[in-house]
Write a protein that binds this ligand. Structure first.
Ligand code: ZN
Length: 446
C-alpha cells in the first residue's frame, strides 16, 4: 500500500526515537562500557565471529539516542596482571608474543594451546582480548563503587576461555575475571548464561565454591559444542549444587523458553540470594543465527533479561556468542533499552549508518521464530524443571560467607599508573578509531 503522506528525511530524523516507560519502582543507574577499538579486529574471512557486530550495536544504540539514558565510558584495556588473576602465565605470554607471521616458530605451543580453526591466531589477538576484558573490569568497578546499578559491556561475555587455553572463539575469560573482582566485596555472585552454548569456562572456574552459583541454558546433546552442560553437572565439593544446567533441544520457542527460564530463575534467586548478578546475553540463541538452532525472537530473549532486572539486584550485563551480526546488534540494542527502561520505535531510525543492512524490514523486531521444529516436548521441559527444583531443595539456602575466603586482591593500580595507562590507551585508540565507520569490503555480506 502506498501512503498518501510520507515524511521527508528531516522530519523523520526529528521523530522521537523512544518513549520513556513510567511506573517501574526500580530505576537503576545504567552505564555503557564500549571501546570502539574492539570492533576493528578480524578473526578471518570465513570465521563466524565478527567483532564488527559490536560497531553495528553501537550505531543502533547511538541512532536510538540511548546515550541520553546512560553514563558512557570508553574503558581501558586490562593489564597483564589482571588477566593473570585467572589465566596461566605461559598461555598469556604465548598469546602476547605470537603473530600470524611467526606462527611457524610456535608449532609445539599451537597444539598445546588449542590454536586452530575455532581459535586462530589473528593480528592483535592479545590486544583484542585485553580490550574486551578491560571493558568488563571497568564495568565491574562501576558496580563496586556504586556509581552504576547496571553496567553493560556488549564486547564481553567470552564464556568458553579456560585458564590454560582459548576455546570456542574465546581467548581471555572476562566473565571469570569480573566475578573474581566482584567476590572481593560481594558474598554471593549469581552467573546466568542464555547463550546457545554451555557456559563451561565460567562453570569450571567456580565449580568448587558455594559463593558463585552458575546457571546455564543451552543446547545439549552430548556432541554439540562444548559437549558439556547436562543436568547432572552440579558442582563439586563445597560447590555441590551450586552449578545448574538446563539442557535444551533444537527449536525451542519463545513461550517455552520464557516459562522455563522464569520458573527456574525465580527460585534460584530467592534461595541463593545473590548480592550481585552477572548476566551473559549470548545472541546465538536467537532464531536464524548462523550457528544457531533455537527459535527465539528478540523480545523473548529480552524478556529473560527484563525478568532478572526486576529483582533490583546490581548487575553486570555482557554479550557473548551471536553470528548473524544484524540480529546480534538488534538484540543488544533492544536489551540496552530494557536496562534504560524505554520503549523503542520498531522502525529503525533513518539516520542509522548501514541501515540497508537491516533490509528488507528495517525493523528492530523481524520474525525469527518459525525456522525450526520445536524438539522440546512439554513433558521433557517439565522433567528438566522438576529435576532442577529438586536440586535447589538440596541447597541449604544462601551460604554465609567467611570473608577470609575471598580470593586475593587484584593488584590495584595507583592513581598515577591508571592515568598513564589511560593516556596510553587513548593514544592507541585514537589511531584505530579513524577507521571506525569503514567496515571492510565484504564484511557486511554474510
Ligand atoms: Zn555461543
Amino acid at each position: 500500500m502506498t501512503e498518501t503522506f510520507s515524511n521527508d528525511f528531516k522530519t523523520e530524523v526529528l521523530q522521537p526515537k523512544y518513549e520513556q516507560n513510567f511506573g517501574a519502582s526500580y530505576q537503576p543507574h545504567v552505564s555503557y562500557h564500549y571501546n570502539p577499538a574492539v570492533s576493528q579486529y578480524h578473526y578471518g574471512v570465513r570465521h563466524p565471529m565478527k567483532p564488527f557486530r559490536l560497531m553495528l550495536t553501537d550505531h543502533l544504540v547511538i541512532a536510538y539516542k540511548l546515550y541520553e539514558k546512560m553514563d558512557l565510558y570508553t574503558p581501558r584495556a586490562a593489564t597483564k596482571e589482571e588477566i593473570l588473576e585467572f589465566h596461566s602465565e605461559d598461555y598469556i605470554d604465548f598469546l602476547q608474543r605470537v603473530t600470524p607471521e611467526t606462527l611457524n616458530k610456535f608449532s609445539s605451543e599451537l597444539k598445546r594451546f588449542n590454536i586452530g580453526d575455532d581459535c586462530p591466531v589473528f593480528d592483535g589477538v592479545y590486544d583484542y582480548s585485553s580490550i574486551y576484558a578491560g571493558a568488563s573490569l571497568d564495568a565491574t568497578e562501576k558496580l563496586l563503587s556504586g556509581a552504576s546499578d547496571i553496567a553493560i559491556n556488549w564486547s564481553g561475555g567470552l564464556h568458553h576461555a579456560k585458564k590454560y587455553e582459548p576455546s570456542g572463539f574465546c581467548y581471555v575469560n572476562d566473565i571469570v575475571l569480573s566475578i573474581l573482582n566482584l567476590l572481593r566485596y560481594h558474598p554471593r555472585v549469581l552467573y546466568i548464561d542464555i547463550d546457545l552454548h554451555h557456559g563451561d569456562g565460567v562453570q569450571e572456574a567456580f565449580n568448587t565454591t558455594d559463593r558463585v552459583m552458575t546457571v546455564s541454558f543451552h543446547k545439549y546433546n552430548g556432541l554439540f559444542f562444548p559437549g558439556t552442560g547436562y543436568l547432572d553437572e552440579n558442582g563439586i565439593g563445597k560447590g555441590k549444587n551450586y552449578a545448574i544446567n538446563v539442557p535444551l533441544n533444537d527449536g525451542i520457542d519463545d513461550d517455552s523458553y520464557i516459562r522455563l527460564f522464569k520458573s527456574v530463575m525465580d527460585p534460584v534467586i530467592t534461595t541463593f540470594k545473590p548480592t550481585v548478578i552477572v548476566q551473559q546475553c549470548g545472541a546465538d540463541s536467537l532464531g536464524g543465527d548462523r550457528l544457531g538452532c533455537f527459535n527465539l525472537n528478540i523480545r523473548a530473549h529480552g524478556e529473560c533479561v527484563k525478568f532478572i532486572k526486576s529483582f533490583g539486584i546490581p548487575m553486570l550485563v555482557v554479550g557473548g556468542g551471536g553470528y548473524t551480526p544484524r540480529n546480534v546488534s538488534r538484540l543488544w540494542c533492544y536489551e540496552t533499552s530494557i536496562m534504560t527502561d524505554v520503549t523503542l520505535e520498531s522502525k529503525l531510525p533513518m539516520e542509522l549508518p548501514f541501515r540497508n543492512f537491516f533490509n528488507p524490514d528495517c525493523s528492530l523486531h523481524p520474525n525469527l521464530g518459525d525456522k525450526l521444529d520445536n524438539k522440546n516436548s512439554r513433558k521433557y521441559l517439565d522433567n528438566v524443571r522438576i529435576k532442577i527444583l529438586e536440586q535447589l531443595r538440596n541447597l541449604n539456602g544462601a551460604p554465609s560467607v567467611q570473608m577470609n575466603e575471598i580470593p586475593p586482591d587484584f593488584k590495584k593500580l595507583t592513581a598515577e599508573e591508571a592515568a598513564e595507562l589511560d593516556a596510553l590507551n587513548n593514544e592507541e585508540r585514537d589511531s584505530m578509531v579513524d577507521a571506525k565507520d569503514e567496515a571492510r569490503p565484504g564484511e557486511l555480506v554474510e
